[in-house]
Design a protein. Sequence first.
Length: 419
Amino acid sequence: MAKITNLIVIKSPFYRIPFYYLCSMIDVVLKKGKEKAALQRHPWIFSGAIDKVKGTPVNGEVVKAYAADQTFLAYGYYNNQSRVAIRLLEWEEDQIINKEWYHQKIKNAIAARAHVLNHQDTDTCRLVFSEADYLPGLIVDKYADFLSLQILSAGMENAKAEIIEILREELNPLGIFDKSDANARTHENLEVSQGLLWGENPPEFVEVKENGVRYQINIADGQKSGFYCDQRDNREILAAYTKGKNVLDCFSYSGGFTLNSLKVGAAHVTSVDSSALALETLSHNLGLNGFDTAQQTSIQSDVNKQLRIFKEEGRKFDIIVLDPPKYAPSRSALDRAARAYKDLNRLGMLLLESGGLLATYSCSGAVDLETFKQIIAWAALDAGKEVQIIKQFHQPEDHPVRISFPEGEYLKGLLVRVL
């Protein structure tokens, strides 16, 4: 192991072993010509760009990245198990990556959400969004008085105890729950982690509100961090079109689009999801908001299979929502994902009344907006339909996109009229 020149040991009540904050400042030198992205403040350095490592850094350790001419570039987390070998943190050489540095970054992230946090009808949002907030591998979501934490990089895993202490100090939550069970951890050679980190265990259902709609969130067993708050704005935008309409909400999960449609007076909403827990949660949410259950039907089924059943039955809808899971986790999966998106949207178009609206989304970062538009064009051609794009959807302000990190713009969507 490399000599450690700055070692802080924290006796943490959350772990069986002490927390080690590693900051040896081992130097990593890039190959000639590979410094451009780092100089432009892109936060990733790939393993193929590295020329030499002066020492043997521990995975997750903070290192100093240099250009081939020895120009300082940035500090970052090193991990030789990941294709992204260095996740850059700080471009000012006189900064020290310590607890105070983390504290300031988290404070800045929380302050940037003031507009959302001060919203009278919303008490759930994303507080920290990884690279977008200069904290690569850290995601923090707020659900009323509970926090859901995802740690997806080895460097943030090393800083977990400090992060918990900072969140306690800044937000005083009832509890902090670990939802670090994403596949991204395997790329960092980290094991899946889930469970209470501090405070009270969240109840089976935590009640939150978003744009005046009430939800019961299952943090422990729900998908991702417990709730998809990245669709907050889009739910409200789409709902404005649904009054008096027959709506099909596919991949409905706990009912975000369903509930917003019912709130404004949709005639009927059919919600389809493969998860029994998601539909159970949706049922709770219907009662929580006092909606008429006769205006809503839940179907537990694979969406693609169910769309084909609807087609065989001759069913038609005025508005269809397609909000599938991530089909393209990486660029290598792009071709397969494009075919899946095309077939899904083709089926949706065939189920719409003439002039009906299709709200279709992709949360795959590897699929940019222009590619997604092309996929929808292919779907329309195969379906024998004409489509008009009438609105584009994006992720909300608590999921900001750094101009130097366009990969952070993962959520995109289109509202199209199908003729």
